[in-house]
Design a protein around this ligand. Structure first.
Ligand code: PLP
Length: 427
């Protein structure tokens, strides 16, 4: 393989996430990956601190996952879900309904997190049309939130980081309240809850739903907030008869130390979106779950169907990857693994606290975040990390990591010491 030619074509023709075709940042060619290691074309190996954006929870090239997919390929790789079904979709559905909060009883498969959010938005809208309150068309979300890149999802992302200005003529205008100030582990007082309480009260007749990431805000700021806040939001939504949608796309499947982050507050949503780690990082799959009340309302009134149906809905390969991944997770000692990672992150990132460049260090479950007093230059800091043998991708003023759950303490220590050393070298 001629790596130079490959990189040249990539630079000239391929968009990468949030990239420029004019002045692209360098990309690193990976030829294979195993466990927590990515192998670059030049032979170097990097310890993965990102789990490919929350998804590769079992690491790469896992024999059990590989075998499940091979078996499914020998049966059927893809089928339209219109008018047909198959064992992997049914078995996965059974498992997901069993594992998620009890009120969630129906499930819609889609192919990415953003689409799962679009589906949730449409479900809420159709629900209120069915319940003769068609004026409920607005959504309320938190500043610092991230829910995906499609137009509906973008309209509920943080207005600044979600680039609402750029798309202001096409994005629906939604309501936003400041992110909760009360941190995870703390109680949430009157003052903390006041902004959302007021907004819900003032807009109680036009709001279709509140949508938020429970406990952990991901790409919009990597912020961990009080379970008490989440509990109180559930109460407020009940009081005002507003639906509550949880985006568990990043937090789902153990990342925060609970299978789903909403379990920290012991509350359940009316609609819930999952994705990312669902297939253990093997294939793109997402799902939107809802209560029976929502699915019944939609199904019992005009036009009597839910208006969505992706081509690759319930793809058999993706469903069998998800089944294998969840089974692997359940058979593993995942709570202990996450706890060990949490301890490793706390101990490993502690020295960052003493650096003048650092304003905050926070750890929850298998997520570690170092907040800086400056915006990092992505290109140069990534290069430094690569030279230190680790794969990390900071954004803004945040250096963060959420490694695969199978990482051992030595590899985790390599990641955290690369972080403290590299940050310490910034001016
Ligand atoms: C990644 C993410 C999404 C979007 O998922 P995609 O698969 O990238 O479309 C939505 N919500 C949250 C919380 C996410 O982390």
């Amino acid at each position: 393989m001629d790596i130079e030619a490959l990189l040249e074509f990539d630079r000239a023709h391929l968009w990468h996430p949030y990239s420029s075709m004019e002045t692209p940042n360098p990309v690193y060619p990976v030829v294979s990956a195993h466990g927590v290691r990515l192998k670059l074309a030049d032979g170097r190996e990097l310890i993965d601190g990102m789990a490919s954006w929350w998804s590769a929870i079992h690491g790469y090239n896992h024999p059990v996952m590989n075998q499940a997919l091979t078996r499914q390929i020998d049966q059927v790789s893809h089928l339209m879900f219109g008018g047909l079904t198959h064992p992997a979709a049914v078995e996965l559905g059974r498992k997901l309904i069993d594992l998620t909060p009890a009120p969630l009883q129906t499930l819609f498969y889609s192919d990415s997190g953003s689409v799962a959010i679009e589906v949730a938005i449409k479900m809420a809208l159709q629900y209120w049309q069915a319940n003769k309150e068609p004026q409920r068309t607005q959504f309320l979300s938190l500043r610092g939130g991230y829910h995906g890149d499609t137009l509906g999802a973008m309209s509920i992302c943080d207005p600044v980081t979600g680039m609402h200005k750029l798309f202001s003529t096409v994005l629906n205008q939604q309501h936003f309240v400041e992110r909760p100030n009360c941190r995870f582990g703390q109680a949430c007082n009157e003052q903390d809850i006041a902004p959302i309480a007021t907004a819900l009260h003032e807009n109680q007749d036009t709001l279709a739903a509140v949508i938020l990431e429970p406990i952990v805000q991901g790409a919009g700021g990597m912020w961990f907030y009080s379970a008490d806040y989440l509990y109180k939001v559930r109460q407020l939504c009940d009081q005002h008869n507003i639906l509550l949608i949880f985006d568990e796309i990043a937090t789902g499947f153990g990342r925060t130390g609970r299978l789903f982050a909403c379990e920290h507050a012991d509350v359940s949503p009316d609609i819930m979106c999952i994705g990312k780690a669902l297939t253990g990082g093997y294939l793109s799959l997402a799902a939107t779950l809802s209560t029976r009340d929502i699915s019944n309302s939609i199904s019992r009134s005009e036009p009597g169907v839910f208006m969505h149906g992706p081509t690759f809905m319930g793809n058999p390969l993706a469903c069998s990857a998800a089944l294998a991944s969840i089974t692997l997770l359940q058979k593993s000692n995942w709570q202990a693994n996450i706890e060990a990672i949490e301890t490793g992150l706390r101990e490993g990132l502690a020295e960052c606290m003493d650096l003048p460049q650092v304003t905050d260090v926070r750890v929850l479950g298998a997520i570690g975040v170092v907040e800086l007093n400056q915006t990092v230059e992505m290109r140069s800091i990534t290069e430094r990390f690569v030279n230190a043998g680790v794969w990390l991708r900071p954004f803004g003023n945040l250096v963060y990591l959420m490694p695969p759950y199978v990482i051992n303490r030595d590899d985790l220590d390599t990641l955290t010491s690369a972080i403290s050393t590299t940050i310490g070298q910034l001016s």
